[in-house]
Design a protein around this ligand. Sequence first.
Ligand SMILES: Nc1ncnc2c1ncn2[C@@H]1O[C@H](COP(=O)(O)OP(=O)(O)OP(=O)(O)O)[C@@H](O)[C@H]1O
Ligand SMILES: [Mg+2]
Length: 231
Amino acid sequence: MEPPGGEAVSLSGVWVSYSGSGRPAIVDAFLSVRKREFVLITGPNGAGKTTLVETCLGILRPLRGRALLLGVDTCSRRIMTARKECSYVPQDFMRPPHDYYTAEQVIRFGLASLKEQPPREVIEEVTRELEIDRLLKRPIGTLSGGQQQRVFLARALIRKPRVLFLDEPFSSLDEGFRRRIAEMLRSEVDESYTAVVMVSHDTSPVRDLADRVVLMSDGRVKSLDRVEGLG
Ligand SMILES: Nc1ncnc2c1ncn2[C@@H]1O[C@H](COP(=O)(O)OP(=O)(O)OP(=O)(O)O)[C@@H](O)[C@H]1O
Ligand SMILES: [Mg+2]
């Protein structure tokens, strides 16, 4: 555990453009996410939410402006080290039916880059809580969408990241699991000083748990101090 303070993510005056695309996907974005903060990003399709998350991680580079992850410029070589301290569950997590790696192997692969392996009890606790403990020997491609999504969420949580990025983590989950995940995330933020950046169209399971909401539209970022601002 580390003391609070310091920024997990900082974007200042960031513009992002895809090659061949006429208009920028991110326009002059400013965003600051502190350690021990739970930020929800929402907005319509094509608003730039996934682009913003991948810019925070240094997967996409700003055309203009500056992006820092855990204090490291995303354009510097050290970004790979900073990224290893983060977890990311992308929007398109689904594995094809013929993918024969077991759910347990998928989780293990996600832990391979860690300096220290998490204790067995953490793996058991998280997989039990997400009710995938009985699915661990099954090939990932044979699991349902919601079951696969829970495997990837478990993997992200077991890594005990300093920053956790989740892009539409509820997309395949039923209502009960949406709320359970949201509560687990709040505990991670409060107990482990994790910063959480979550993209979701469905704001209802998190609106009373997130610290702040970021609204995106047409590549522009608008930060609301209060979750109630969502209306
Ligand atoms: N690889 C790409 N090449 C070109 N344009 C892209 C690419 N990916 C996204 N875009 C464009 O960038 C804009 C933002 O896309 P992005 O995927 O960030 O939106 P989003 O808010 O995540 O949408 P959704 O809610 O549908 O996931 C869109 O106009 C999209 O068409
Ligand atoms: Mg998206």
